[in-house]
Ligand binder design. Structure first.
Ligand SMILES: Nc1ncnc2c1ncn2[C@@H]1O[C@H](COP(=O)(O)OP(=O)(O)OP(=O)(O)O)[C@@H](O)[C@H]1O
Ligand SMILES: [Mg+2]
Length: 156
């Protein structure tokens, strides 16, 4: 299921979008892939989402550490960035990603394109595009019944 893009004029609007998404996934969890160029706003969106899931720690970009885990919020959050993974690392992570899509957890994956398409079926994809200094578009794509309902509700 692909949808019309949501335009956010500034970070406050991105924060509001993340807030609304957080409410829709906080009882079920979700596996969310974030696509977009460098500086598009993948980490910024992840930070907003974590804030609304009441993560207490400071959320930082996982680009050097590959994975940050936050266990202080309404549900566990696993925040990946696959950009710097080497071949061996990719193989290991690919096998693990499926596990990170199970259960009541939120998994966020930046640069999911580096996983060579080995993504869990049930997922929400968000493509973020830079439209101007603070203007971004967010295009959602949902896979699986639960995620389709979440995205439908989000875009109502
Ligand atoms: N409406 C907006 N939505 C999201 N980010 C915004 C918006 N307006 C401005 N920004 C800024 O754009 C920057 C996006 O950087 P961010 O680190 O999130 O990019 P990224 O997609 O994670 O890049 P990378 O591929 O390097 O990880 C941040 O400084 C953020 O504050
Ligand atoms: Mg980032």
């Amino acid at each position: 299921m692909s949808c019309e893009p949501v335009i956010c004029l500034n970070l406050e609007e991105t924060d509001l979008l993340a807030s609304r998404l957080s409410k829709l996934i906080e009882n079920t969890g979700a596996f969310i892939c974030l696509f977009g160029d460098i500086g598009a706003g993948k980490t910024a969106f992840a930070k907003c989402l974590c804030k609304h899931l009441e993560v207490k720690q400071k959320v930082t970009s996982p680009s050097f550490v590959i994975l940050n885990e936050y266990k202080s919020g309404k549900l566990p959050v696993y925040h990946f960035d696959l950009y710097r993974l080497e071949n061996e690392g990719i193989k290991t992570i690919i096998n693990e990603l499926e596990e990170y899509s199970q259960g009541k957890i939120v998994t966020l994956v930046e640069w999911a394109e580096f996983s060579q398409d080995a993504l869990p079926f049930d997922r929400i994809e968000i493509k973020i595009e830079y439209l101007g200094e603070t203007k971004r578009s967010f295009t959602f794509k949902a896979f699986g019944e639960t995620n389709k309902k979440v995205v439908e509700e989000l875009l109502k």
